[in-house]
Write a protein that binds this ligand. Structure first.
Ligand code: F6R
Length: 606
């Protein structure tokens, strides 16, 4: 994670860098810093905590200069502190870094043997010191940076700035994404195009192993073999109307409320003109597919788990689902006839990208479901399906999750159509119900008050269990994840049927159990599991529909009533109370809803 930015501009760099960092704060917010070169003089400012602390510091202690680099940090090596904050400076060079230098201990030992000391616990300081070492040996800044980068193992995106060089930035990438922005007599560097959106829409993405020498009027890129490389310039259409909460107190609240609209847009995007079928933006013949391997992390992984039920039940297609960090190192055999499907909001998650690279040349095709169409995962896919959720700012994913579900369900319906496993009438019926979901989701959002009441009670607990069966099991997992990440309450989820195989030992009157159970074919089974909880003094928060509430409300501690919906569509609907429950619990506890501790929006390290 971490966000990096660089500018060789015509105007003062500090405000531009801070504004760009604001756009990258989703990547980490432990500390932030910038460095500039002003009339040849390199200086830096750094502050612990959110970016606003750096802005405050710059008011009292400004930095001038039209060339600069900046960084917002998610700590990997060394606690969040001013010393560990980037840019790291060693004499005449300052460096910002996203990623992990895996061989930094060896490099430290080597540098120590040359009498070079360290003042931080970070891996990045090694990069600055090694570059200074090369400068001291008489190499030019470009050569010093090149020799340094050649020694680094791991994943990194780096930007270098040098004392005495008002018109030079060096950028290098291996593993972590890096974009170069082209202005009019100005050049920029950013972890993504969003960071550079106000400055330019003309972007060149560096590729693996690229090393770029940048001045205001030139860009020279060499590939991993040192050969001059010609990288495409792309015009990026970036929605710039983002950093705005509207009338909401938090981005998360706004993003929860946006779901009817964005899901409606996603459905329209993939619906055929006659409304009876799904149109994909490329070729994918499911009659030739034997197996789907789905890989993702966190919330996106739970979207995949949900989709497994859909692909298997609706399209009779065997599906494996894996967490990216496990998949990539397990090295599973990818047999012929396998489509590898990667789901990622950011499209930059390091583990998911590495899992994708593992499947390259092995899977029949690589498909991704992403929110950021210009992301590394989208660009590396044979077919990339945008979820059209719009920019998601809240660190806890909400609208991206339900848009992922929507697109995955439509893909499963496409597979069912091609494989002939559902009748055209049933497909058309499900699609028209999907078209109608926005109004049902609006009705679910009206339960906000009831959810807030239940959340008030949950906020006093230190542990919460979530239970669900069938399609509600992945939803229970997602509900528990949401609650953990923003309210810091310990939460676990189990398939309802698993409760009696161990977790039931936890049940007592201090343990609320959130049961997610629409009145479907599995309801009676889940109701029995609820009774098992009640018999042991447990308190049940029941999320169900009117039928279900009629049967259980008298026993439940509180009941949240959802509108009726076709059982196939329940995950999209029941995500809403799960998100609202976490949101209101966090608000009741007074935690930082949009930027919860220790987390970052885009996880670009392993
Ligand atoms: C949780 C959350 C994370 C992400 C995960 C994968 O609310 O947002 O669990 O889902 O880090 O991120 P992407 O989808 O960007 O690959």
């Amino acid at each position: 994670m971490c966000g990096i930015v660089g500018v060789l501009g015509e105007h003062e760099a500090a405000p531009i860098l801070v504004d760009a960092l604001k756009r990258l704060e989703y990547r980490g917010y432990d500390s932030a810093g910038i460095a500039t070169v002003d009339n040849g003089h390199l200086s830096r400012r750094r502050a612990v905590g959110k970016l606003v602390n750096l802005s405050d510091l710059l008011v009292h202690d400004p930095l001038s200069g039209k060339a600069g680099i900046g960084h917002t940090r998610w700590a990997t090596h060394g606690a969040p502190s001013v010393e560990n904050a980037h840019p790291h400076q060693a004499g005449p060079v300052a460096v910002v870094h996203n990623g992990i230098i895996e061989n930094f201990r060896e490099l430290r030992t080597e540098l120590s043997q040359s009498g070079i000391g360290f003042s931080t616990e970070t891996d990045t300081e090694t990069v600055a010191l090694l570059t200074q070492h090369h400068l001291n040996q008489g190499h030019s800044p470009v050569e010093a940076a090149r020799k340094t980068v050649a020694r680094l193992h791991g994943a990194f995106a780096l930007a270098f700035l040098f004392d005495g060089e008002d018109d030079l930035l060096i950028a290098a990438r291996k593993g972590s994404p890096l974009a170069i922005g082209h202005g009019d007599g100005e050049m920029f560097v950013g972890s993504d195009a969003i960071a550079l959106a106000p400055m330019t829409d003309t972007i060149t993405y560096l590729e693996e192993g690229d090393f770029a020498v940048i001045t205001r009027t030139s860009l020279e890129i060499r590939d991993a073999n040192g050969e001059l490389a010609n990288r495409e310039k792309r015009i990026i259409h970036m929605d710039d109307a983002r950093v705005d909460k509207g009338l909401h107190k938090h981005f998360m609240a706004k993003e929860i409320a946006e779901q009817p609209q964005v899901i409606g847009e996603a459905v329209r995007h993939y619906l055929s003109e006659d409304g009876n079928s799904v149109d994909l933006p490329g070729d994918l013949d499911f009659t030739q597919v034997d197996r789907l391997t789905m890989v993702a992390c966190g919330t996106a992984f739970y979207a995949c788990l949900t989709a497994k039920y859909w692909f298997e039940q609706l399209a009779q297609l065997p599906v494996e689902v894996d967490i990216a960090s496990e998949f990539r190192y397990r090295e599973p055999p990818i047999t012929k006839g396998t489509v590898a499907l990667f789901v990622s909001q950011s499209g930059e998650t390091a583990d998911t990208l590495a899992a994708l690279r593992y499947c390259e040349g092995k899977a029949d095709s690589i498909v991704s479901v992403v929110n950021v169409s210009e992301s590394s995962i989208a660009r590396a896919s044979d077919l990339s399906l945008p979820i059209l959720a719009g920019v998601e700012v809240g660190v806890a994913s909400t609208k991206a999750f339900t848009c992922q579900l929507t697109v995955l369900l439509m893909l499963a319906l496409k597979a069912a159509e091609q494989r002939g496993t559902l009748s055209p009438e049933r497909i058309s019926d499900l699609l028209s119900r999907l078209r109608a979901t926005p109004s049902i989701l609006n009705a679910a959002l009206e339960q906000d008050g009831a959810v807030a009441k239940a959340a008030q009670q949950l906020s006093e607990s230190s542990d919460v269990l979530f239970l669900g069966r069938g399609l509600m099991y992945p939803l229970a997992l997602e509900g528990a994840l949401k609650l953990k990440e923003i309210s810091y309450i310990h939460a676990e989820a189990y398939a309802s049927g698993e409760l009696k195989h161990g977790p039931i030992a936890l049940i007592d009157k201090t343990m609320p159990v959130v049961v997610m159970a629409p009145y479907d074919a599995l309801f009676d089974k889940t109701r029995s599991n609820m009774q098992e909880v009640l018999a042991r003094g447990g308190k049940v928060v029941m999320i169900t529909d009117e039928h279900g509430a009629h049967d259980t409300a008298s026993d439940a501690w509180c009941t949240i009533v959802m509108p009726e919906i076709d059982p196939v569509l329940t995950p999209i609907l029941y995500a809403i109370p799960a998100q609202l429950l976490a949101y209101h619990t966090a608000v009741a506890k007074g935690t930082d809803v949009d930027q919860p501790r220790n987390l970052a929006k885009s996880v670009t390290v392993e």
